[in-house]
Design a protein around this ligand. Structure first.
Ligand SMILES: *Cc1c(COP(=O)(O)O)cnc(C)c1O
Length: 793
């Protein structure tokens, strides 16, 4: 054991004394949380140090990401350290409940959604596999916003996870660096978060940078009583690490966002190079032998010209030598084919923010044009399509592919679309650079921690190896015909549904029936994810029930959770629509609780941990070809929910593993959409032809529903039937897919009645979830991209 129970207990007492000048019997739950966390940090500190020293001399991978959606740390760390039972007992002895203590921790909400959560799962897998891999990001003071629902509308309020500081994030003042912009310099102050692995002593590091002004205060201005002027530089610097742009579809707040990107990549590279020099001197040719840097989407791609600046301007290397090094150091992950999410910077802004980096980017651009001319002489059109600088825009994805040795997609279908459609010409140019790395999730957080009841059953049946080797899950399959196991599974599912029902009643005041089907769609709100399709179907079901009160259905609870980017009007309109339809249905006595609709406020990692284990149905209904992978789909699967979805992203691989007959696949496929587009798609056809569809679409504008004069519903209506200057009507095929959606929902509703058959399908999904562990994903990155090996202390 890592530490004796009595010793840990006294450490907690000491820490509560040091931090709060209180004895245990005087402390509250939040103070116990802090004292306990500090005691744990003290306990792991030697291992953390040893891990750093062990990694320093060998090859390391660095994961650059603008987002790390870590959630809470304490519960996960206790489980990974194997101390959860002891600490529960200690706290009980001193009069506290571990769950209540854990609940006082605020989520570290440093991410929008899937991309940020992936980075967090990767951190967990890296350390659990003892791999020398560290994260680099930004310590956003206010993270992603907190969502409140007021009159059905989303209202954003600031996230306050750092109000009293964060115990787990520790300042390293001696490793501060300076980052220079066109308009001056700022200090980048590093804070380290320990990343604790399961069943290992290794402790990895997530380093997050905070932006600070060079001078604490303009004292002269202050003495002249010009207080705004006195703090102007301080505020401008601190703005850089103030918030995460709550936006994964378009890029706004452009200048500050570019500053954030340059800020954290420059600081991280300076840090990496300084440490490299300490061990290897100035033998930079060796850099790719010791350093691999993964660029998580385009946000950190500015690191490529920044490394060129450091190598050429600071270290005095020749351009060509530096370029060869850079190309062998970076790898790039593509997360989307939505063109509005592929970042392009306007050259004027880029030059103003980072003038030297602009010059370097230009040189890379011209060098690339030379390469194109050599490979495809006189092919002017190709040159225009592939140019890194196109007109006034710098195309960061193109810069990434050219400036790296590997480009990967995040699911098999997505990588196929990249190779053969979206990045076809890039694949032609650099075929050896393209590879697939299907995303994964950590079973430690999403099964072991989130669903201890199911975890216990699994361990009883197949032992506990699955916790670090998820391929073991396959051994569960032989219990599929075991009635006792089926019953146990159904009991556990029922228990998790009751727990969620309690949470919903407590937090939202809505009573839901735990015996109803829990049909859950939780993910960022975006048109391509088609929450609109889901809610239009619910409204249609409601109307049909009103017309035909004797219609036989199994009761269903539809649960949504989603944040919308603050400026994304259609997404906000959809949230309002879901809440209004919920109001109407939940308060209609004629419906007799046959359907209920719940919108979970402020969907985040902590509420996710309650939702996934309680689901019967996992809604994964994106327009085929648009969801690169999805990871929510995997969390549902391993908790025994059946996927109701399109053949998109990792859904394809989920049904490959678990069988299409054990899930519910509907709707247009990628090829169908291509064909339909060629033929010319007119959404008026399904709108007129599909029974009941016109009624629910018209409800948006005929006075049935009321958006308080905001025009939000008219905007949704127009998006479906009129289109806009930038897109054709119903570009996400909501109306075309409606009929099959409804038919498949009807089948689900009927099938649910046979509880045993349903449970067996769920069990087969659980047994075949092995592939979707982020351990598998990280092993592939480590072997095939980073070339790093396990370094156990
Ligand atoms: C897993 C997860 C996501 C990603 O969900 P998708 O359905 O894959 O988009 C987003 N947010 C949170 C909090 C998550 O845990």
């Amino acid at each position: 054991m890592l530490i004796e129970k009595s010793l840990l207990k006294s450490k907690i007492e000491n820490q509560v004394g040091v931090l709060f000048n209180k004895s245990i019997d005087e402390a509250n739950e939040f103070e116990i949380y802090q004292g306990l966390s500090k005691a744990l940090l003290e306990t792991i500190s030697k291992n953390w140090l040893e891990t750093r020293k062990k990694y320093e001399t060998g090859k390391q991978a660095f994961y650059f990401s603008a987002e790390f959606l870590m959630g809470r740390a304490l519960g996960n760390n206790l489980i990974n350290l194997g101390l959860d039972k002891e600490v529960k007992e200690i706290l009980k002895e001193i009069g506290f409940d571990l769950n209540s203590v854990e609940a006082t921790e605020e989520d570290a909400g440093l991410g929008n959604g899937g991309l940020g959560r992936l980075a967090a799962c990767f951190m967990d897998s890296l350390v659990t596999l003892n791999l020398p891999g560290q994260g680099y990001g930004i310590k956003y003071k206010n993270g992603i916003f907190k969502q409140k629902i007021v009159d059905g509308f989303q209202v954003e309020t600031p996230e306050t996870w750092l109000r009293y500081g964060d115990v787990w994030t520790i300042c390293r003042p001696c490793e501060e660096v300076v980052v220079e912009f066109g308009d001056g310099k700022v200090r980048a102050v590093p804070y380290d978060m320990p990343v604790i692995g399961y069943g290992t002593k290794n402790v990895n590091t997530l380093r997050l940078w905070e932006a600070k002004a060079m001078e604490e205060l303009n004292l002269k201005a202050f003495n002249d009583q010009d207080y705004d002027e006195a703090l102007k530089d301080v505020n401008a610097a601190e703005d850089i690490s103030r918030i995460l742009y709550p936006n994964d579809s378009t890029n706004e707040g452009k200048k500050l966002r570019l500053k954030q990107q340059y800020f954290f990549t420059s600081a991280s590279l300076q840090d990496i190079i300084r440490k490299f020099k300490k061990i290897h001197g100035t033998d930079f040719e060796k850099l790719p032998e010791f350093v691999s840097i993964q660029l998580n989407d385009t946000h950190p791609v500015i690191a490529i010209p920044e490394l060129m600046r450091i190598l050429c301007d600071v270290e005095g290397l020749l351009w060509n030598d530096a370029w060869a090094i850079a190309q062998k150091t970076f790898a790039y992950t593509n997360h989307t084919i939505l063109s509005e999410a592929l970042e392009k910077w306007w050259i004027g802004l880029y030059e103003e923010v980072v003038p030297r980096i602009f010059q370097i980017t230009q040189r890379i651009h011209f060098q690339f044009l030379d390469l194109l001319e050599e490979k495809f002489p006189k092919d002017k059109e190709r040159r225009e399509r592939m140019s890194i600088i196109q007109g006034n825009l710098i195309h960061m994805a193109w810069l990434a592919i050219y400036g790296s040795f590997a480009t990967n997609g995040v699911a098999a279908l997505h990588t196929d679309i990249l190779k053969h459609i979206e990045l076809k010409e890039w694949y032609e140019l650099f075929p050896e650079r393209f590879l697939n790395k299907t995303n994964g999730i950590t079973q430690r957080r999403w099964l072991l921690e989130a669903n201890p009841e199911l975890s216990k059953l699994i361990t009883e049946l197949i032992g506990d190896k699955w916790i670090t080797d998820f391929s073991q899950m396959k051994n569960l399959e032989k219990y599929v015909a075991d009635e006792k196991v089926t019953d146990r599974f159904l009991e556990i599912k029922s228990e998790k549904k009751k727990q969620l029902a309690q949470f919903i009643e407590k937090t939202q005041g809505i009573k839901i029936n735990p015996d109803s089907i829990f049909d859950i769609q939780i993910k960022r709100l975006h048109e391509y994810k088609r929450q609109l399709l889901n809610i239009l179907h619910i409204l249609d079901l409601y109307y049909r029930l009103k017309e035909n009160p004797n219609m036989e259905i199994h009761p269903v609870t539809y649960i949504f959770g989603a944040k919308s980017a603050p400026g994304y009007m259609r997404a906000k309109g959809t949230i309002r629509l879901i809440n209004e339809v919920a109001q109407i249905i939940n308060n209609d006595p004629e419906i007799k609780d046959m359907i209920k609709v719940v919108f979970i406020e402020n969907y985040n990692v902590s509420s996710a941990a309650l939702l996934f284990p309680a689901a019967d149905i996992s809604e994964q209904i994106s327009t085929a070809g648009k969801e690169a992978s999805g990871t929510g789909n995997m969390k549902f699967m391993i908790n025994g929910a059946l996927t109701f979805g399109t053949l998109d992203g990792a859904n394809v691989e989920i049904v490959e593993e678990a069988g299409i007959e054990n899930n519910y696949i509907f709707g247009l496929k990628v090829e169908d959409i291509e064909e339909l587009k060629k033929k010319g798609y007119d959404p008026h056809v399904p709108y007129e032809k599909t029974k009941g569809l016109k009624r629910v679409v018209d409800a948006l504008i005929d006075g049935t529903l009321n958006d308080e004069g905001t025009g939000l519903y008219k905007e949704l209506y127009d998006s479906l039937l009129k289109g806009a200057s930038w897109h054709k009507p119903d570009q996400y095929f909501v109306l075309e897919d409606f009929e099959d959606f409804r038919k498949t929902q009807e089948k689900i509703n009927k099938d649910f009645a046979d509880r045993k058959v349903w449970a067996k399908k769920a069990w087969i999904n659980i047994s075949n979830g092995g592939k979707f562990s982020s351990d598998r994903t990280i092993e592939e990155y480590a072997k095939e991209i980073w070339k790093i090996a396990s370094q156990k202390i």
